[in-house]
Every structure is written in C-alpha cells, then in structure tokens.
Design a protein around this ligand. Structure first.
Ligand code: AMP
Ligand code: GLY
Length: 426
C-alpha cells in the first residue's frame, strides 16, 4: 500500500515512524515532510495547503491512503477533494472540520446535542458593545476566544475585567485576523485538563488513548501559551469510568449528531476536556492528533497503526480493536530560546546519537534541518525527546537523561513535564 502523510512537524514524524513500521505499507510519502522524516518516508515538496497539487500527486502516484497531520488542509476541504478524486483519506470533510475550524459552530452544535461544555454566547464584530456588556454582567474569570483558527493563540482566560475587555478590543481590532471577527465568550471552567483521542469512521468510535499536554512555556505552567511543551500518556486522571463517561456524554453524541446533520465525522477526533466537579466538560474539539500528544501515543501502540487508519477511511472500524503496550510514555519538547516569541534558526544541535541510545528513547524532530552530519534548529519547537517506561517516573527519568545528553546551548525545555501526574514541581 502506498500512503501519503501530510505535514512536516514532530507529530508527522511520529505518524511516519508508526506507519513505516507496518508490513502493509510498501511506500510511504510525506508532504512536505522534513529532513528527519526522510529516514522514514520519501519527501514530496508540496505545501500542506496546496490542495490541487496534493490531489494531483495522489492521482499520479495512485496513493492508497492519505493521513493528514494538521487541521489546515482539512478545514480547507482536503478530504472532500480526495473523496471526489476517489482517493481514501482519513480526515473529516470541511463541513465536519468546523468542529475545530469554528468555535461558534462547535459551541452551537454542543448546545443542540446536549454535550456538556461551558456556557457561552458569541458576538460578531458589530456587537463589541454587547460583548462587553455581557462580560461586565458575567464578571471574571471569563474566557474570550477567537472563532476561527488562531494557532492556539486566540484564547484569553481573563482573570481581571481590564484583561477581558482588552481581549475583545484586540480581537475586533484584528489581532487574530479574520479568525477574530467573531468571538465566543464562555464561562471559565475549573478542574484538571486532559486530552482524549478517538478514531472515527463516520459511525463507529474507537477510543484511542489519553494524554496531558503542557501549554504554558514556563515551569509551573507560567508564561505565555505555546503549541505544547511536553506530554505524557496515559493521563492517570482519566480513569476507566471517566473514559466511559466521556464516550457516552461527549464523543458518541458528537459522532451521532454530525451524522444526523449530514456532516458525518471521519478521522481523528481529539477532545480537550476539563474534568470538573460536575463531570468531564468539552473545552474544544480538534480534528487531528495533538502535537506533541501524537508523539506519546504512537510509541505506546501495540496494534499496527496502518490497518486502523485504513479501516477508519473505509468505514470498517467496527471490525477493529486497538491494543496498547503496557507502558507509560513522556515527551519533552526542546524549543529555541525565545519561543513562542522570536527565536534564532540555524544553531547547531549535537549529541542526538548518544541521547537516542538511552534505553526506551526515541527523538522526533519538530523543526530541524541537516547539512551533511550537522543537525540544526529550524523552528520554534525543535525536538520531541520521547521515552517509555514501565512507570511514568521511569519514562520521565529516561526522557530527561536523553535531554541532558543533547548539546544545544540555544535551546531550552521545561524541567517539570509530568508534574500533575507525578505530584512534584520543578
Ligand atoms: P483552546 O485553544 O480552546 O484549547 O484553549 C486554550 C486553553 O485555554 C485550554 O487548554 C484551557 O487551558 C483554557 N481554556 C479554554 N476554554 C476554557 C474554559 N471555558 N474555562 C477554563 N479554561 C479554558
Ligand atoms: N498540543 C495541543 C494541540 O495540538 O492542539
């Protein structure tokens, strides 16, 4: 089988790593991929949002299955285009990808289907005064979200009234471009956050693991939000009972509801949850794997990943089950100094071979380039140093042992990944 992965970050490195290991995958391509991904896949120089070129490539090469990594091509209609071309794609249609692409859609959908989520209202740009009156009436803390895709930066959890009102002005003045022309204002939920993953084929839901991310750049969850500075799986707070409750109250009603509304959901469904005293509540949906959560899920899989993705695309997930290895995994993100603000590129990274020789360690590359034997940083988030262990403590110790062997003075990382589960801080 010929498979095309779309994307080029650490998540796609992990996807390619898992798919390349399948005996059923004869040729693996990745568009655009990265120099590190070239070890697993043939690189195809097409950007993730160039749908015409991606469809042409799949037709020309008779690709059997497309596995998209990021949300952007899905929101733009990649899966619809592939469907029309007769090419199997494990991702949602543009209509179904609105679960991530429009927070206003997601919230209205959740309300229509009684899915537990924070109370909310949404406001368009011409309703700025109403939005502010609503915030004054509700009081703080309150959460202000840009409606559209804003690379994880469109959310303000406002603790003061000034901050809340400023967030409304910033969005309507264009801080998030078109994504901020509509705002969702929602009640602030309290509790522990966890990520829940499922594979969905339009109808059948297969639970696909749990994880916890670390969004803030600094230790102790301080500083600005990032794409994620580290993750581990499984999330110990997601007990079997909570997993069952999440499936029953959030995931299955969503899949049924989307089908009933004529936008059947196919693909990876990632629910960001807040575990409140009142049960799990939906914070957000993503229509893809998390990054770096994917990097802790793939090494934990015992099942071959490829047949699961194919069954997802074919609508035969009811014939599949997922098996996990009895391990805990952790990934520590190494980022370039300055991230998530401006940072330097092209700095040398040494010691990757010795780091990767640590027992149970795999390093996924989120943003590196190569020049012969030299490996250089080429992004904000650069390396995902991933380790497995019989316990989360062992996974953590191995991950940090590997991190300490990497010689990259222009990079940094959080020392406290896993603190919630391990009950320690940095
Ligand atoms: P999102 O991009 O929607 O995942 O939001 C980013 C982060 O903002 C989440 O991971 C939460 O930490 C926080 N957040 C979002 N919505 C809420 C909410 N209703 N209550 C409390 N925190 C929230
Ligand atoms: N790590 C969070 C995300 O991928 O959305």
């Amino acid at each position: 089988m010929k498979v095309l992965v779309i994307g080029g970050g650490g998540r796609e490195h992990a996807l390619c790593w898992a798919l390349a290991a399948s005996p059923e995958v004869t040729t693996l391509y990745c568009a655009p991929g990265s120099p590190a991904i070239a070890e697993q896949a043939m690189l195809v120089p097409i950007a993730v949002d160039d749908l015409d070129e991606l469809v042409d490539f799949c037709r020309r090469e008779a690709i059997d299955l497309v596995m998209p990594g990021p949300e952007l091509p899905l929101v733009l209609g990649l899966a619809d285009r592939m469907d029309r071309a007769g090419i199997k794609c494990f991702g949602p249609s543009a209509a179904a990808a609105r679960l991530e692409g429009s927070k206003a859609f997601m919230k209205a959908f959740a309300t229509r289907h009684n899915i537990p989520t924070a109370g909310h209202r949404d406001f368009s740009k011409s309703e700025a005064a109403d939005a502010k009156a609503y915030i004054r009436d509700k009081g703080v803390p309150i959460v202000i979200k840009a409606d559209g895709l804003a690379a994880g930066k469109g959310v303000t959890v406002a603790r003061t009234m000034d901050e809340a009102l400023a967030a409304v002005d910033a969005a309507f003045e264009g801080a998030f471009g078109a994504a901020g022309e509509r705002l969702v204002i929602e009640d602030c939920l309290e509790g522990e956050e966890a990520s829940f993953f499922a594979l969905v084929d339009g109808e059948t839901v297969l639970a696909f693991g749990t994880a916890q991310d670390h969004k803030a750049v600094g230790e102790g969850d301080t500083g600005p939000n990032t794409g994620g500075m580290g993750a581990y799986s499984p999330a110990p707070c997601m007990t079997d009972a909570l997993i069952e409750q999440t499936l029953a109250e959030i995931i299955r009603p969503t899949v049924r509801g989307m089908a009933d509304e004529g936008a059947a959901y196919r693909g990876v469904l990632y629910a960001g949850l807040m575990l409140t005293n009142d049960g799990p509540k939906l914070i957000e949906f993503n229509v893809r794997f998390g990054d770096p959560e994917c990097q802790v899920l793939m090494p934990s899989l015992m099942s071959d990943f490829f047949p699961l993705v194919l069954a997802g695309a074919n609508g035969t997930l009811d014939q599949k089950e997922v098996r996990w290895r009895p391990v805990h995994t952790m990934t520590v993100v190494m980022a370039a100094n300055g991230y998530p603000g401006s940072y330097e590129k092209g700095t040398d990274i040494r010691g990757l071979d010795v780091a990767e020789a640590v027992d149970g360690v795999t390093i996924f590359h989120a943003g590196t380039t190569r020049d012969g034997d030299r490996v250089m940083a080429a992004g904000g988030r650069v390396l995902n140093v991933t380790a497995e262990g019989e316990t989360l403590t062992e996974a953590r110790d191995r991950a940090y042992q590997a991190v300490d062997l990497i010689d990259w003075p222009q990079g940094f990382y959080r020392r406290d990944i896993g603190w919630r589960a391990l009950g320690v801080s940095a």
